[in-house]
Write a protein that binds this ligand. Sequence first.
Ligand code: SF4
Ligand code: SF4
Length: 674
Amino acid sequence: MDVTAQLVYFYPIAIIATVIFVVGLLWHLHVWVSGRVGHAPPRSRVANLGPALGAGLRAALRPSSLGGLLQDALLQRAILRRGGLRWAVHLCIMWSFVWLFVVGSLGNMLAERGLVDLQKDTPWFAISNEVAGLLLLIGLGIAAYRRYVSRPVQLALLTTWEDGLILGWLALLSVSGFVLEAVRFLDAGVPADVATYSLVGFGLSTLLRPLGADWTALYVPVWWIHGLGALVLVAYLPFSKLLHMVGTPLSLLGRIDQPHPAAYAEQPSVPGTDRFGAKLLLQMDACTRCGECVSWCESYAHQSSRFVAPAEKIKGYKPILKRGVVPSVLSGLFGSTDKQRLRELSQGIYECTLCARCAQACPAGISLRELWFSMREDMVARGIYPAGMNLAKDAVATQHNVVNYPNEERAMWVDYMAEAPDDAYQRPRAEVVYFVGCMASFSPAIQSIPESYVQVLTAAGVDFTIMGSEEWCCGFPLLVAGMRSQAESVRRHNVEKIQEIGARMITFTCPSCYNTFVNEYAPHLPGVEMLHSTQLLQRLIDQGKLKLGSLTEKVTYHDPCDLARNSGVYDPPRRVLRSIPGVELVEPADSREHGHCCGGGGDLEIANPELAGSIAVSSLLAFEDTGAGTLVTACQQCKRMFQNAIQQKGSQMKILDVGELVHRALAQNGSEER
Ligand code: SF4
Ligand code: SF4
């Protein structure tokens, strides 16, 4: 049973496998650093390497990153939230594999060379490897059952031949490990104390013994099957979906919970990895294809095109980017990127509301919303995007609003108010600017939102102004279209006008404007506070500046994506609603981080209005299920989408903005105007 003679062949193969593994990882590092780092303008890979490693190290050393790594990578907290069984399966496979590889194989090899002090035939070594091998087999069995028998929608979509190959391969390694142990026992005998703990290995040897084979001769081929299987897996790892074993911990370590960081930084003019940034390129290799994102994607639920599914967008885009960073002679290895395929991908990328439900669910910590922005920018650079986006771009360029109306009419809604002041809320200087936003300014169906808000601000004694025709689109529709550079001129204009007013605060009833200002304008408006209306209302109520009467309403609250998941504002609207006497707030089954989307985000209404409407109708059902009579939201676009859905469905539900409800409560108290 001496395999020493075999080692002369085994070690060179092990070295080759390790070299392939290292070269594979270096190739991926090469791809990752071909993306820009942070706000830096595009640079060479070599120049990017240092800053990328530095940024990664800084991110990794933050206490929150280390905590996140422990909870999300080592203990798989994100998967635990989705279900105990899935968590147990993933934990079994991951930790058993790590244990068997590091202790059972590597440790054993080093011990045989006398490099570490590890006794093979000891109870702890026997029982730990037996348990790890068994747990690995159980985990693989359940994973195979889910992928091939129970087949939930997301796994039916994402399962490929590679999943079967990897599951089978790991099972082969586990089974061959047990057989190897059994043959060793049969050949060399087994110490009594080890037999007690080697339940599977010893049990198997008892079963095999009647075969009466030449166990000494058999040991070598079984040893080769097991050893070669492990080495081939090591060499294959960087080129397979198993790369996530490296990518996911790095992704979780370097996770930065921020929207797109490039804030009007100089943009590369050509498509490719520069546009993505090193972090996103690394995160694309962290995808485990677990399907969590797919099960939360409301666009995919209504649109069966596979590229709408988040994990499929990643899978589809990776080869396109990787083709761009290899010599053209090798680019064929990454498949075809013909126009038709790019068009299909582009459709999936734009048939998305940018709601970030996928990002919230992703256990690998991939900044998916940020990724969708980069993909859109890349598609615009390639000239493959919905034609409707050009209409929005031209409207903003010529009329300075996304609906293509004369911008002089932006404040016309004030003319329809019963008791507007003579200055129509437009003052040359004010403490606070109320940035109304294109949709509420021009869409009569939702103009009650700004009408209510200006009356509430007046009642609270806030020194504010609106900007009228000097308010230009904030640029959000262009940013989400992937037309970042076209958004710069409107940002410059708005900043200049706000500075002329001398405002110390800007308030918004549109979460998308709020999100854009916080992420894109803030560096250009130092010292200016930015508050969504719900945050300012909460502050005014806490300061006792709004005396609210009783309303007797059972309401449910819809978290607008750009306010909640994408800006982190969850509690202020709820606190405002709970401050109104008589209002009972009931939550839908999925709320806050998991809240439903109205369908109207991410320019989906431009790309596919039918899909946007279908999402609104199905989300409305979840709110109807609460039994509330009124659906309250904090976004003019959401209100518009749900208004249409209510009409389409013939629902009895009412829809209001938080500010409108506050305005009604003020009216009940008789303090609506000062
Ligand atoms: S993107 Fe995240 S959630 Fe989706 S399949 Fe990949 S790892 Fe899973
Ligand atoms: S952002 Fe929303 S719509 Fe877009 S892929 Fe993610 S879950 Fe789907």
